[in-house]
Design a protein around this ligand. Structure first.
Ligand SMILES: [Cu+2]
Length: 224
């Protein structure tokens, strides 16, 4: 048994902007909310405030013999440098991008001093920009599709920090939730080991073993 103090993530207010270096990109891209570019804005010629250094697609594709499709980030693992901006292309409706941050009730799987960042739920054609300032492993999820395994891992600089811990062993204690069900098995796949992502630069959803993408949730039935 650990003490209640160790179990509780800190809820004290934090000056996020003071806790890391602000680059030119992060002056334009909010450290908690990022930057949304809707499909309509893109069609209207609205330029985003930064040029992205990388792009990740948010996809849905059918599964064989199972009604619920696969929801995934492509690439699922990506190595970037501190200060790089990632454009998340919402290729299919509807998704969001959400840090595994203690303020959201999760165990800490983003570096200390990282703001609790998330995008709104976005639809096809929308894009979300985020500038990753804090060095280390950033585990992210799509909150609506987390339990179906829609998770990703962005290694910023080095494969360090709380997110480098095995799933379930990151700090946060018993009352904070680790990535569960398929989210947990995907993030535990050897292809997504943080050092592997650094070595390869980018890891595709197709590199994750089928076994680890299996749906672990059964449809609810038999309710009175
Ligand atoms: Cu999603």
């Amino acid at each position: 048994m650990s003490s209640p103090k160790q179990n509780s993530p800190s809820f004290a207010p934090t000056n996020w902007r003071a806790s890391f270096e602000v680059t030119a990109d992060s002056e334009n891209v909010d450290p908690r909310f990022g930057y949304v570019q809707t499909a309509a804005e893109a069609q209207g010629g609205n330029e985003p405030p930064v040029e992205p250094d990388h792009t990740i697609q948010l996809n849905i594709q059918p599964r064989e013999n199972v009604e619920i499709p696969e929801f995934f980030f492509e690439p699922t693992g990506l190595h970037i440098e501190p200060g790089d901006t990632v454009k998340f292309n919402v290729a299919t409706p509807h998704h969001n991008i959400n840090a595994y941050h203690p303020r959201f009730g999760y165990r800490q799987r983003v570096p200390e001093e990282t703001p609790p960042y998330s995008s709104p739920v976005l639809t096809a054609g929308d894009a979300w920009y985020y500038t990753f300032e804090t060095e280390g492993v950033h585990d992210i999820t799509c909150a609506p599709h987390e339990l179906f395994g829609m998770v990703g891992r962005i290694v910023v600089g080095s494969a360090t920090g709380p997110g480098a811990n095995p799933v379930g062993e990151a700090p946060g204690g018993e009352r904070a939730r680790p990535p569960e069900f398929t989210a947990g098995t995907v993030l535990s796949d050897p292809a997504l080991a943080p050092e592997k992502i650094v070595e390869k630069g980018s890891v595709s959803w197709s590199d994750v073993a089928a076994e680890n993408k299996k749906l672990l949730l059964a449809p609810v039935s038999g309710h009175e």
